[in-house]
Design a protein around this ligand. Structure first.
Ligand SMILES: [Zn+2]
Length: 423
């Protein structure tokens, strides 16, 4: 255990506490009781009311809400072939890996995460296991709903038609899921599935989103085909994962395009998009480092990366709400660097304040955790990341937090060998 401190009342002061809304820094005393924020107020007002001197004075650092990463896969290994390990390993090994992966995310400043697809044993493990280190708040999805042989059917959440949906959702909720995910199209990671093809009828999209609403949990739709994006937006999922607009070219290649009509439907619906720029950008960097530009397949991938960034910019310009997710655990995508996604969003056309909100206020809303996490305000969980610089001026300051607080407890910073590790 690296967490220190307890749930005893505590007062922190910082010259720059992030207050959002309205979205500005203010000097504030933050008073914690039982792991929650009791009061946020001006120091003079606090002292006049009899509040003691701060237990911790963070001085002129920048106190932000802990990061929220809305899309990871804790059981996966982030190796070049995560499905291979998944098939080979017993559930107990995968659970141990999931705990280590969650732990490394906490040390990097992520205090809330959503696992966006796992085996049911992951739900069972977290429900039963009591002897765990301090971890981020976990919102688990369990096995995503998918067609027979479809993307991520390895997890077992297979349905054949709309009538099976209520029981499937109820089973996941009973097992501990607090988010429901629909695989609305094929996925690149699953052999035999087609990212450019929609997987379910509009009726299924609508029933899954409605079932999630009736259980008051978040809904997410994996959507790589334009038609799947459209159906998920019409069904009012809380978030659209990836949102890629793939189609197959005449020569059989998977290509991204931009469907302005579907983009307008997304913007009108108010549904959030999880763009995940970092996984493809990492692969892009590898191709460049290896000097693969002359290779036709590699050049195609490099060109597609540009289209992805351009599509992202267009959606941002339309006013679509973006939320932070990294797909950590899939191929070559480690757990400790949510900051890369933040930097890419900033570099690709989002304002820094919207990037901050993509991993705080807006992410909390999409996860149905508004009022619980994502703000430094009374009644919210005492989850903070303390930064050297203002992320409004320098988004890269998230790379190296000065300290992380989770549930009112200070997590030791910069345990280098624990922090950047993944299994
Ligand atoms: Zn994923």
């Amino acid at each position: 255990m690296v967490a220190s401190g307890s749930h005893a009342p505590m007062v922190l002061h910082c010259d720059n506490v992030w207050i959002d809304p309205p979205g500005r820094f203010e000097p504030r005393s933050v008073e914690l009781v039982g792991g929650r924020i009791e009061l946020v107020r001006d120091r003079m007002t606090a002292l006049a009311a009899g509040t003691r001197q701060p237990d911790i004075d963070l001085g002129n650092a920048y106190m932000m809400p802990g990061l929220i990463n809305t899309h990871v896969h804790l059981e996966f290994s982030a190796s070049p072939d995560p499905l291979r390990e998944f098939r080979r390993e017993p559930a107990s090994d995968r659970f141990a890996r999931a705990v280590r992966n969650a732990r490394s995310m906490l040390l990097s400043g992520v205090t809330t995460l959503r696992d966006c697809g796992s085996s049911v044993q992951l739900l069972t493990g977290f429900r039963r296991c009591r002897d765990l280190p301090a971890l981020p708040r976990l919102l688990l999805s369990g096995p995503p709903i998918t067609v027979p042989g479809g993307h991520l059917s390895i997890f077992g959440g297979i349905v054949s038609g709309p009538d099976e949906i209520p029981a499937t959702v109820s089973r996941s909720i009973s097992a501990g899921a607090r988010s429901i995910k629909l695989i609305g199209s094929g996925g690149g990671m699953t052999p035999g599935s087609f990212p450019e093809k929609v997987a379910f009828s509009q009726e299924v999209f609508c029933r899954v989103a409605a079932e999630a609403r009736s259980h008051e949990v978040a809904s997410a739709a994996h959507v790589l085909a334009a038609e799947s994006v459209k159906r998920a937006a019409i069904a009012r999922f809380d978030s659209l994962e990836h949102c890629a607009f793939f189609r197959r070219s005449g020569c059989g290649r998977l290509v991204r395009h931009y469907d302005a009509g579907v983009a307008a439907i997304i913007a009108d619906s108010g549904v959030a998009v999880m763009p995940n720029l970092s996984t493809a950008t990492r692969a892009h960097g590898t191709l460049l480092r290896e000097g693969m530009q002359g290779n036709p397949e590699a050049q195609h991938a490099l060109d597609q990366h540009e289209v992805m960034l351009e599509n992202f910019r267009k959606l941002v310009d339309l006013g679509v709400t973006m939320i932070c997710g990294t797909d950590a655990g899939v191929r070559d995508t480690p757990f400790g660097d949510t900051w890369i996604e933040l930097e890419l969003m900033a570099r690709s056309g989002m304002s820094n304040i919207d990037v901050v909100r993509s991993a705080s206020l807006n992410a909390a809303r999409a996860l149905k955790l508004e009022g619980t996490v994502g703000r430094i305000a009374a009644g919210h969980s005492a989850d903070f990341v303390v930064l050297k610089n203002s992320p409004l001026a320098d988004i890269s300051t998230y790379r190296d937090p000065l300290s992380v607080y989770s549930d009112g407890r200070r997590i030791a910073p910069s345990l280098a060998n624990e922090r950047n590790g993944h299994c």
